[in-house]
Design a protein around this ligand. Structure first.
Ligand SMILES: Cc1cc2nc3c(=O)[nH]c(=O)nc-3n(C[C@H](O)[C@H](O)[C@H](O)COP(=O)(O)OP(=O)(O)OC[C@H]3O[C@@H](n4cnc5c(N)ncnc54)[C@H](O)[C@@H]3O)c2cc1C
Length: 403
């Protein structure tokens, strides 16, 4: 390596970027991480971190720091389908709870952990261009906020952890697959005086879905959404449409009316796709490589999983233990294998169409069956694969117990 060359440059420093950079640095690699944002800062996200994400923080030695921010644990998930509610525990004995740390809190904690691991962190640095040499990615070109000219940095690999609108992905044009359009438009805000008592509550209604859970500073996130087809019409009166939606669960609407709104409404709609997450001199992690609707709130722990898988593969390639293609091919295959069933379920939920009749029958059969309801909560939490939970054997067991 020459003096100004890194093993890896990571573009983006939030849920995907900071852990990837941190894990590579912990393996002894020389890492530069840049982000045009400065930290702490917010980003668009309702930030429920299901137990698999909490488990990642625990493995990385960062859970105590997050808990110390005063973010309340969430031990119960309740899904109200109208005629009945399924209430279960989302975790396991080892990782029993979820948390919803504000991104101002969590992302800062992750950036700091990367810096402590030895990552060179440049905040307020916007990448403008990916540098190609001899047909492969060789570095980045960008500019810091504090003036000065354009800077070029070289590395053996550039990791795009730069989110949904990834500049790195636009430059390398990865293959995109399993694509689906925007399905849902969702809006959220924060409320005080709306205690949740450790519960993640969600309501499923005709062409509407909404949910609430607690976060830092005694605030509660309330998000709700409607089909993407209504995006244009409803954006003229977001507050009115949001409050009208909550009326579909009158008791909850009353709780919200008695609470105080502490922030403006934020919302969006996102497309769904997978991208091939590697190629000559580059890799993608987090939303840059795999994006899906936020209705199930899996983006952050999926980004954590990518970070672990990608950093392990890159470590093997950088250390010469395995060819880059083989190691990164495993990263892609493992990622896709682990998330595809949940991707299908997430995009099904995001249509806000009633579940197919067989699924409705199964959901109704779970009422009062605590083991089944815990299993369902663990599916929503990403602890159990939908493929396993909805296997014929398990479905038959639940139906038999109900009969
Ligand atoms: C409305 C909504 C609600 C959501 N709710 C949840 C939820 O409850 N739970 C959950 O797990 N997930 C949720 N998600 C998804 C989750 O927020 C994302 O999956 C997660 O933030 C992805 O992390 P990331 O690090 O890949 O990307 P990001 O968090 O988007 O971070 C990308 C970073 O890259 C930086 N960057 C981009 N371009 C450049 C550039 N050119 N130069 C330098 N820096 C750059 C940005 O500044 C940013 O800091 C939600 C998403 C939305 C839209």
């Amino acid at each position: 390596m020459d003096g100004n060359r890194y093993d890896a440059i990571v573009v983006g420093a939030r849920c995907a970027g900071s852990p990837t950079a941190m894990l590579l640095a912990r393996k002894g690699h020389k890492v530069l991480m840049v982000d045009r944002a400065r930290f702490p800062s917010d980003t668009i996200s309702t930030h429920i971190l299901h137990p698999p994400g909490v488990a990642s923080l625990r493995r990385w030695g960062l859970l105590d720091r997050m808990v110390a921010t005063g973010c309340p644990p969430i031990h119960t998930y309740a899904v109200d389908f109208g005629p009945f509610t399924l209430t279960g525990a989302p975790g396991t004995d080892e990782d029993p709870v979820a948390y919803a740390p504000r991104r101002t809190v969590l992302d800062k904690l992750l950036v700091d952990a990367a810096a402590e691991a030895g990552v060179e962190v440049r905040e307020g640095f916007a990448v403008q261009e990916v540098v190609f040499e001899d047909g492969r990615v060789a570095g980045i070109r960008g500019r810091g906020q504090g003036g000065g000219g354009t800077v070029t940095e070289h590395a053996r690999v550039v990791v795009g952890a730069d989110g949904l609108h990834s500049l790195v992905a636009r430059a390398v044009r990865p293959e995109q697959y399993h694509e689906k359009p925007q399905l849902l438009a969702g809006y959220y805000t924060y409320w005080s005086g709306l205690p949740m008592h450790g519960r993640f509550e969600t309501w499923v209604r005709q062409e509407r879905g909404f949910a609430a859970w607690p976060t830092n500073d005694d605030l509660t996130v309330v998000i709700g959404g409607w089909p993407f087809a209504e995006f244009e019409a409803n954006k003229r009166d977001i507050e009115g449409n949001y409050m009208k939606m909550l009326e579909l669960a009158p008791e909850f609407a009353e709780r919200v009316r008695a609470a105080t709104r502490e922030a403006r409404f934020v919302g969006t709609a996102v497309p769904n796709w997978f991208r091939k997450p590697y190629g000559p001199g580059w890799a993608l992690v987090g939303d840059a490589g795999y994006n899906k609707d936020f209705i199930t709130g899996h983006g952050m722990h999926d980004a954590f999983r990518d970070a672990e898988l990608c950093a392990a593969a890159l470590d093997q390639a950088l250390a010469g233990a395995r060819p880059f293609e083989a190691a990164m091919g495993d990263y892609q295959a493992t990622r896709d294998g682990q998330v595809l069933p949940m991707y299908e379920l997430t995009t099904e939920f995001a249509t806000l169409e009633p579940p197919p009749p067989q699924q409705q029958q199964l959901l109704a059969a779970m009422v009062g069956n605590q083991e089944a309801m815990d299993g369902f909560a663990r599916v929503l939490a990403g602890m159990t694969s939908p493929a396993e939970f909805f296997s014929e054997e398990n479905v038959m067991r639940i139906l038999a117990a109900a009969a």
